[in-house]
Design a protein around this ligand. Structure first.
Ligand SMILES: C[S@@+](CC[C@H](N)C(=O)[O-])C[C@H]1O[C@@H](n2cnc3c(N)ncnc32)[C@H](O)[C@@H]1O
Length: 349
């Protein structure tokens, strides 16, 4: 098919086909746990999230955190100087961080192409547009539910010549449940690939004051507005329940969790199905996972990933971590861990 100039092109993976999505949403509400992807998929949700990010994202405010991202990208640029690079933005959102990465690599003489992957079509189109401003080649974007894609590498167009692959995974450690991460990385990272990720950190000493200030980053009007718009679209009225935010401490991570507790019986129609929910029913609506730098490093090095740097912004409690998968491709035996998250069952090949 001819590629129409200036048009955004999308590949839709079956994990995001509408019939399945509708059934999945019904299931989420019935079981009381919303898959985080549903907070981004619909255009209203995506634009609410963009507004939230404009208000709170340290990167968008171009302060200390922005400089840390730039530091990481410059280090990578120095490593990859003058080579061909394929950047693959996993959960790329609006693509602003990838735009900065492309610009930085171009300044180091790299020939860059970019592929966006996200669950949200409006965000994918935005990311394509934002990264296109750099003048790099923008490949067809991929709309997919990342943990459900089995053969992810088959979705990316490959070049005949030598090329480095750089996967970005920014803002995704807080979103995806820890238990799914290692096997997912293992499924697509090849020897020599790079992975850049960011973690929302948890203060080393967590006293009552720091817990309260952490919770306030989530329990605020804009986040409540974002979550309420999702509930409103499903037919929940504003006063049918109370939305409670809590901080949970797990062995290998911390979780900020928002739960809607119904104060009355509610009937909602989801995907054409009537669901009757009783007063007291709890809907787990949102989670944000936080780590300590060493927890992320320890887990990813088990996959044969070398950490080439961490860039920390203490004022924003955010850190950027850069990894390269060992070329030696050692078979690393990883013990099964369960309750603490980050589980892996098999040998890494
Ligand atoms: C917190 S945002 C981070 C966006 C961007 N990378 C950034 O750092 O600004 C999370 C992103 O992950 C996407 N996302 C959430 N669940 C996903 C899933 N299951 N598969 C793919 N993308 C997902 C959302 O649409 C959103 O763009």
């Amino acid at each position: 098919m001819m590629k129409s100039k200036g048009c955004a092109r999308l590949i839709i993976h079956p994990s995001q086909y509408p019939l399945g999505l509708g059934r999945e949403l019904v299931d989420c509400v019935r079981k009381g746990t919303v898959n985080p992807k549903f907070l981004y998929v619909a255009p209203e949700q995506a634009s609410h999230w963009l507004e939230l990010r404009r208000a709170y994202s340290p990167f968008m405010k171009k302060g200390d955190t922005y400089k840390q991202y730039l530091g990481c990208f410059k280090r990578l640029g120095a490593n990859l100087k003058g080579t061909a690079v394929h950047i693959i933005g996993l959960g790329c959102g609006g693509g602003e961080k990838e735009q900065l990465l492309v610009n930085t690599l171009q300044k180091h003489g790299c020939q860059v192409r970019f592929t966006a992957l996200d669950v949200s079509i409006p965000l994918l189109v935005l990311a394509q547009q934002v990264v296109q401003l750099t003048g790099c080649t923008v490949e067809d974007s991929i709309c997919a539910d990342l943990p459900r894609v089995k053969q992810i590498n088959e979705l990316f167009r490959s070049e005949s010549g030598p090329e480095h692959r750089v996967f970005t995974f920014f803002g995704m450690l807080p979103v995806l449940p820890p238990g799914k991460l290692l096997s997912m990385f293992r499924s697509f990272l090849k020897p020599g690939d790079y992975l850049l990720t960011s973690a929302n950190l948890i203060p080393e000493h967590l006293d009552e004051a720091s817990k309260a200030s952490l919770l306030a980053q989530y329990d605020n009007q804009k986040t409540r507005g974002w979550l309420s718009s999702f509930l409103g679209n499903l037919g929940f009225s504003n006063d049918c329940g109370e939305l409670v935010f809590n901080l949970l401490e797990k062995p290998a991570f911390f979780e900020i969790r928002a739960v809607l507790k119904l104060l009355e019986n509610v009937t909602v129609v989801v995907n054409g199905q009537e669901l009757k929910l009783k007063a007291g029913f709890k809907l787990h609506l949102f989670s944000s996972f936080r780590y300590r730098n060493r927890q992320v490093r320890q887990q990813l090095t088990k996959l044969g990933l070398n950490c080439f740097g961490t860039w920390e912004s203490p004022s924003d409690n955010e850190s950027i971590l850069g990894f390269e998968r060992n070329r030696g491709n050692p078979a690393t035996k990883v013990r099964l861990r369960n309750a603490s998250g980050w589980p892996l069952k098999k040998k890494v090949k």
